[in-house]
Design a binder for this molecule. Structure first.
Ligand code: C5P
Length: 235
């Protein structure tokens, strides 16, 4: 397979066309942004960790019956995925209050939610990815109700599978963001699953092992990413 021209550059990844119309080539970068691009920096080796960790998660999810875009790991920073058209809805799944939910509802971070919370955000950088609901999604034709039913079901399944997978590594899954794409009409789990897109807390100490260390200038960012990879056997 051949890597051809770049067709998209996002904040954390570059996407290239390949000699197959059905496949894209993804390169993970070390660039880090937060607060809708207002805070910029780099996290050494983040691209390597997120590429390898996403591969670990996607492979494991595929084994559990979740249809993902993942095809194969190419090297430390690159993977090949199925070509998808990204659905412009970001799905956030929450088990424990943190981040923007803590601010929105006035509960302290760490509060256990009595039920899993699902939120939808409009994937639009210029608008700052605003919170939207199912009726906005339908009215803006971002996805059909049938596609949203599938997305909701997969998101909740992924939450159960990830929590079970992370528990033996002594990691609590606080919340995470998923993106989905369409491949020949099929809804596939896409984008990445990494410490950039999930909140991971050490079960015993509550230590943050994710991008909040970068967002909040806590230090130890690289070590935290490396620690997650090590605990999940990606290294
Ligand atoms: O900031 P907030 O609390 O809404 O984030 C919820 C979850 O979604 C966090 O795990 C965060 O890392 C992830 N997220 C993301 N990309 C965004 C916004 C949030 O991966 N643009």
């Amino acid at each position: 397979m051949q890597k051809l021209e770049m067709i998209y550059e996002g904040k954390a990844k570059k996407v290239y066309r390949t000699d197959s119309p059905d496949l894209y080539w993804v390169e993970y970068k070390d660039d880090a942004t937060a607060f809708n691009g207002q805070k910029k920096g780099t996290i050494d080796n983040k691209g390597v960790v997120n590429n390898k960790l996403s591969a670990v998660f996607f492979k494991m999810l595929e084994e559990k019956g979740i249809a993902t875009h993942f095809v194969q790991l190419i090297n430390d920073r690159e993977m090949v995925v199925k070509a998808v058209e990204i659905i412009k809805v970001e799905v956030v799944v929450r088990n424990i209050v943190a981040g923007s939910l803590a601010k929105r509802v006035g509960l302290p971070e760490g509060t256990l939610l009595s039920k899993t919370v699902l939120e939808y955000y409009y994937k639009d950088d210029a608008l700052g990815d605003p919170l939207i609901n199912a009726s906005h999604i339908a009215a803006l034709n971002l996805a059909t109700p049938e596609q949203m039913a599938i997305i909701k079901e997969i998101s909740l399944q992924v939450n159960d599978i990830l929590r079970e997978f992370l528990a033996p590594a002594n990691i609590d899954l606080i919340d995470f963001k998923l993106e989905f794409g369409l491949h020949h009409g099929q809804v596939l789990l896409a984008d990445e699953i990494s410490p950039d897109t999930c909140r991971f807390w050490d079960k015993t100490t509550g230590e943050k092992l994710d991008k909040d260390r970068f967002r909040r200038d806590m230090g130890g960012v690289e070590d935290a990413y490396q620690e997650v990879l090590k605990r999940l056997g990606g290294e």
